[in-house]
Design a binder for this molecule. Structure first.
Ligand code: ZN
Length: 381
C-alpha cells in the first residue's frame, strides 16, 4: 500500500533539511544537512522543484559545496520524483570515483533512501558497471564520462546532471558535443530537468558561460552593513596588505585583510560583518524563466562560509607572477573566467602588422650605417 502514498510536498532544500545526513570524514561538516549553512544553495534547489524550470545552471569556484547540491538533487529524485537519471562527469574515472566516494556514502548515511537503491549487476561487462549504475523503484541512476558517445546517446532519460562541464570532452567521438547529446535523450519527457554545474574556465571558450548567459543570470549579492545596498563581494573591493616572507627558503606571504570596500558608499566593513550580513540572488535577465525555462546562478569565491578571505588572497600572492597559476587561482579560488590577453586571431592578421623596414635605415647616432644586428625569436609551439 505504501506504493500508492503520494510523496510529501517538499522542495529539494526542504527535503534535504529534513532527511539528508552528511557522512563524517568526507564533508566539511558531518551530521544533519542544513541549507542555512550555505544559503546560496537554497534558490538553485528550489528551482529544481519548480515546474516552470527545465534547466538549472550553477557556476562557482571549488569548495563551495557544488557536489552537495548535485547529491541533494539525486537523493530527492530517488525519494520524491523517481525517473531515469544520466549523470555526466568529464571522464569515466571521474564518474567512478564520484560514485564510490560521494554517492555510496550519501546513500549509506541517509535512512530515507538507503534501502531503495540497488547496484545493477551486469554479466560479462566487468565489475565496474555495478558502480556506474544504480536502480531504485521507478528509476535508474547511470553515471558516465563525457568522452563516451555510446553512453551518452543510448536510452531516453528524464534527468540529466552534468558536473564540471568546462572540463568535458570537446566532442564525444564523431557525434558532437557531449552536453547536446545528453540533452537529446530527454526529448520524449515533458517533465524533463537538466542541471549543469561547473567551475568556469576561459572567457569565450567556456561552455558553462554560454549556458549561464541563456538563463536568468543571477548573482549572489550581499547587503552593505554601512549603506544597505546589495553588491557582489568581488576581489577588486577586498582591502588587504601583503608582505613577502621566507619560511625554510620558500617564499610565503604575510597577509592582513582589512575588509571589503562597498562599491556603493566606499565604506569598509570587516569580513565577519560582511559574512553575517543578509545576502540574496539578483537576476539580470529574469525573462529567461518564461523564454528559456532556465535559471542560472554565478557564485564568487568570497561567499564561501568555509574559506577565510585571507586564504584566497594568500593564493593570489603566490600565483600573481605566473600566468598559469593565476589562471587556476581565478577559476577555482575566485570563480571568475580567465581572459587571455594579446590574442591574435590568425597568422594573416599578425602578418598585416609587419612594417616594411626602410632601406639604408639609420641607427640612432650613426648616419648611413644601416642595421648592424638582427635579432629574431621563434616559439616552436
Ligand atoms: Zn555601502
Amino acid at each position: 500500500m505504501s506504493l500508492w502514498l503520494p510523496p510529501e510536498d517538499l522542495s529539494v532544500d526542504q527535503w534535504a533539511d529534513k532527511y539528508r545526513r552528511l557522512a563524517g570524514g568526507l564533508s566539511a561538516e558531518a551530521g544533519q544537512w542544513r541549507t542555512d549553512r550555505t544559503p546560496y544553495m537554497r534558490e538553485p534547489m528550489c528551482a529544481f522543484s519548480d515546474p516552470n524550470i527545465e534547466e538549472i545552471v550553477f557556476v562557482a569556484p571549488s569548495q563551495v559545496g557544488k557536489s552537495e547540491l548535485e547529491l541533494n538533487i539525486i537523493a530527492y529524485i530517488i525519494d520524491q520524483d523517481p525517473g531515469t537519471i544520466l549523470y555526466v562527469q568529464p571522464r569515466k574515472e571521474d564518474a567512478m570515483s564520484f560514485s564510490r566516494l560521494r554517492v555510496a556514502p550519501m546513500l549509506k548515511a541517509c535512512d530515507k533512501i538507503r534501502d531503495k537503491v540497488r547496484d545493477v549487476e551486469k554479466k560479462g561487462r566487468g565489475a565496474t558497471s555495478t558502480v556506474l549504475q544504480k536502480s531504485f523503484p521507478g528509476g535508474m541512476l547511470t553515471l558516465v564520462g563525457s568522452n563516451s558517445a555510446s553512453d551518452l546517446s543510448s536510452q531516453p532519460v528524464r534527468y540529466v546532471i552534468g558536473d564540471e562541464l568546462d572540463r568535458f570532452a570537446t566532442s564525444a567521438g564523431r557525434d558532437g558535443e557531449p552536453w547536446e547529446l545528453a540533452k537529446r535523450r530527454q526529448n520524449t519527457f515533458y517533465n524533463r530537468k537538466r542541471v549543469a554545474v561547473s567551475t568556469p574556465t576561459i572567457k569565450g571558450a567556456s561552455q558553462i558561460e554560454f549556458l549561464y548567459t541563456q538563463g536568468t543570470r543571477e548573482r549572489w549579492k550581499t547587503r552593505c552593513p554601512r549603506c544597505g545596498e546589495y553588491h557582489e563581494v568581488r576581489f577588486d573591493d577586498i582591502q588587504f596588505k601583503a608582505k613577502p616572507k621566507r619560511i625554510a627558503g620558500k617564499e610565503s606571504w604575510y597577509v592582513d585583510v582589512t575588509g571589503w570596500k562597498c562599491p556603493g558608499c566606499g565604506e569598509v566593513s570587516e569580513e565577519q560583518e560582511v559574512k553575517k550580513s543578509d545576502s540574496r540572488w539578483e537576476a539580470e535577465n529574469p525573462d529567461a524563466i518564461r523564454n528559456n525555462r532556465c535559471r542560472s546562478f554565478w557564485l564568487g569565491g568570497f561567499a564561501s562560509p568555509w574559506r577565510p578571505w585571507k586564504d584566497i588572497i594568500q593564493n593570489f600572492c603566490k600565483a600573481k607572477k605566473d600566468p598559469e597559476r593565476l589562471k587556476v587561482w581565478k577559476n577555482t579560488d575566485v570563480g571568475d573566467l580567465w581572459e587571455e590577453r594579446n590574442t591574435v586571431a590568425d597568422e594573416t592578421e599578425l602578418l598585416k602588422r609587419a612594417e616594411k623596414y626602410p632601406e639604408n635605415a639609420d641607427l640612432p647616432g650613426e648616419p648611413g650605417c644601416g642595421p648592424l644586428i638582427l635579432t629574431c625569436g621563434v616559439d616552436f609551439q
